[in-house]
Design a protein around this ligand. Sequence first.
Ligand code: PGA
Length: 259
Amino acid sequence: MAEVVIVESAAAAGELVAEEIARLIARRSDAVLGLATGSTPLPVYAALRNRLAGADLSHVRGFALDEYVGIDPAHPESYRSVITREVVEPLGLNPALVHVPDGAEDGIEHAGAEYDAKIRAAGGVDLQILGIGTDGHIGFNEPGSSFASRTRVKTLTAQTREDNARFFDSIDQVPMHCITQGLGTILEARHLVLLAYGEGKADAVAAAVEGPLTAFVPGSAIQLHPHATVVVDEAAASKLRLADYYRYTFENKPAWQGI
Ligand code: PGA
């Protein structure tokens, strides 16, 4: 099962994961990071900015999880723009080494396979950051997504469009389709780190971590991964049956293991 780490705040989650990423980059200056968008990873990126200020990160490579289909890449809420603004610029990454799925409608039928080929050519993702949707999605793999799925076009659920409407002027502007790494693609990363905060994520976290493996809860795919870490605050952990056990094992974990 995934290792669950319960921390006191989103900021503490960000620090913990940033520390692990810094260790990875210290080992491999050209580490391949799997980058997520949405609110969840922001504390990780903020902590990385502080921790790695002044470090040379120009060899670090990155692959975003997903992109909206048909959005202008220059739109401030395209995931290309978000990754540039939140990750590439503040950390001083080389933009040429940071990839986002191509959401252009022209050629979209081949864009998924091309993206998977790029990830493979880079040697795979070392550490994949993940958020989880209130419906259990990871990336934009909505309920029903095959555990074997590859990067492809998906239709966003009404709930996800509502959840993401806060980034747009109105829900009508939220694209209907996305291109997302598949669950099978995500499972090939060497380390999965899923973060969640707040009571609104408690059901999705419990279902992903302790529920049955089911395509109905795409996040439950992490149970198939040999190195998956779930970092949650107390509120997001509030529905975990084995919360005390997770606290006990983490408190007694040898420090050299990291997460
Ligand atoms: P959020 O979204 O980080 O904005 O809560 C998570 C997700 O939908 O994967």
